[in-house]
Design a protein around this ligand. Sequence first.
Ligand code: ZN
Length: 381
Amino acid sequence: MAEPAALADTVAALALVDHHAHPVLGGNLSRTVFEELITESDRAAPAGTTWFDSQLGIALQRWCAPVLGLLPNAGPDEYLARRAELGPAEVIRLFLRASGTACFLVDTGYVLDGMLALEPMAEAAGAEVSEIVRLERVAEQAVLAGDATAAGFAETFRAALWDQAAGACGVKSIIGYRFGLDFDPAPPPAAEVTAAAGRWLGEIDQGSSIRITDPVLLRHLLWAGVERGLPVQVHTGFGDPDADLRRCNPLFLRAFLERSEPSGVPIMLLHCYPYHREAGALAQAYSHVYLDVGLALNHVGARASAVVAESLELAPFGKVLFSSDAFGPAELHYLGALQWRRATAATLGAWVDSGDWSAADAARVAAMIGAGNARRVYRLP
Ligand SMILES: [Zn+2]
């Protein structure tokens, strides 16, 4: 006879490794700013509507309100008033600790004013925090530092990456955002990199933004990341409208995955939704491919167990990782962990109930996805 309550307790008690999160945001957040941070849209909610009327908004009122001492399902105004009353430091401390996350791997590539640095975040959470270095930002900062030339770009970038990744546990590529995953899979020849760097530096001199969008440079950064040897996180699937979702299907990565497989460097497919089934097929096919459905679990709310179940169809269980992909309000770091725990306990518990799985296998696989796989792949202590 299955014991679903016991499995839920086991999953609830797991000390998680959140393998893809962003820094937490301090400061008092107005309703407008808070609403902007609970959607991936970069548009304001249309007049007469609110972003609280979404799966994430409802889940936030249901599950986060009690952490702040309110009854479940507090309305947005009551919720935000309580948040302001407690103050940002206490709100951050409460949510990060309530998440039960023992280790956050934090992407430092995009930071808003008021976001906590890694050390204060670790202190607030009472948890370990390790850095994931974003390749595009390393290149952009190397150029902003002013000493890059077209011919010297590759070496300047390499030196900066090797230096900045020295204390990091992984690197991240946002080629999906800046171009799309349908890129030429080969590492670009040195002469092409020099020519592309020359065009880029010329555009910056003409007043263009520093943002790298040239596919030759983006491919060069990605392959340098593989060469660096740490796990390489790749944005795929759902994100803000800056990315063309159609071109973020991880199936476009097939030729790149075949070329990078001999390196043995783990390729971590982030987010994946709504292509998590495709990502699962890739994780089964290629020895170095891993996936998560982090961002989706917060955004699909009450449907999280459906997404977790689909992410466990084809993907081998040693290739699936928990993440929150939380960015900004500490509610998202908490809610991502909570939704993962609830969805995982519900999904695996149903398979135990139906007689398909043993309770021991369910508990073991939950621990792998929640922490063990990340500790092994990122070589965490
Ligand atoms: Zn992210």
